[in-house]
Design a protein. Sequence first.
Lengths: 229, 254
Amino acid sequence: MTWKHVFTSSVGRKLTMGLTGIFLILFLIVHVGLNACIWANDNGVMFNRAAHFMGDNVVPRILEIGLFVFFILHIIQGLMLVASNRSKRGTAYAVNYGNRGSKWYSRSMGLLGTIILLFLVIHLAHFWIPSRITGVAETTLPNGVVVHDLFSLMKATFAKGEEWVVILYTIGCISLAYHLAHGFQSAFRSLGVHNKKYSALLTTTGYAFAIIVPLGFIMMPISMYFNWI
Amino acid sequence: MEHYNMNLTLKVWRQEDSQKKGNFETYKVENISSEMSFLEMFDVLNERLIQENKEPIAFDHDCREGICGACSMYIDGKPHGPWEQNTTCQLHMRAFKDGDTVVVEPWRAKAFPVIKDLVVDRTAFDRIIQAGGYISVNTGNAVDANALPVEKAKADESFASAACIGCGACVAACKNSSAMLFVSAKVTHLALLPQGGPERKTRVVDMIAQMDKEGFGACTSTGACEATCPKGISISNIARLNKEFTLASLLSEK
């Protein structure tokens, strides 16, 4: 079997989805962990410093290229899979099996993924593009290093009067939660984890991850909007 | 259980052949006994249609004991009807009550084209089996049954997978019309036994290739297949199939 045969087969395409999905899950851990520095109660010093490390150090910069590649792979392969899977039915059923046989979010990964993609575009326009391309106001850390003041940018983005941004981020995070609730365990299944012991562990971990991580993300715009930090 | 009679409204998919467009026809059936099977109710309706010089409804059936996998009706949105781990032929009319409207459709998948009414062409499954769902046995004397030791747990699991009757309910239930539960049951059945060892790698690769060629969708692990399977085939078989395929395809020499 050539590489092409492997990765264009129905199982191989799921393999791509699972592998890129797990990489994106790892990225979420880094992202939520790093952003949690906004709650250090130091007016954003720790957060700005951590963000500076990620933006300045060569290792995260190289990983960022991989992140974009995996994002694009996951999105394109996902959309192609949805389109191909949909085309296999032909005549639609008059009565659908629906929630009796499966969870709604497990059947809506394409829709949830598309909402996350739209959110991602807006999210990149809010923070990544200013930080990398158009420029952000700078601030000096207590140790004298000049860094992008991303903390102030966050506060301005989620300030009072920006309700729609906070709502949009909440919708994005809820979509992410449901996407993960199915995606986390499904990714490992696609990679062939079938032992009952491990699949039970992965299912529980998956649900916990799907609740904790998006909740952490949602709390960021909310705590800024309500001036908790 | 109390016996009762009922009157039902049936909405049944009628389609002359694979080329013609189909549509739903409504039939009233009266005095149906709760002790009849779903197919017997169709027999009663067909007797009447024949007497009225109308075309009877074509449907697949054979053993009517729930073991052959021939019957294939999609009843009120679920393959094989409302009961769990049950085939259409073993569905009894006590599952319904007087006045119910029941919608009956054929399996719907491009890989299972309608032949007539509720009968679909499931030879795609036969071709998947022919691609690798077998073991090659040289002729000669029968080997002693106990010559090959088999671990009990594996024998049990293999047997549970071998219970698949190839009815195609998994394809009908899946939103992607995927045949992965069927293929995974067949692959698991042989992969866990020593007899399946020599062809283990080529089998999974060839069966997946044939499955893709037949036009079935990919698995997105929604679990609808497992929920509807009349034989309770576990979706964990699909994860095993993924492992078997990944190892066989990535480690192959070519």
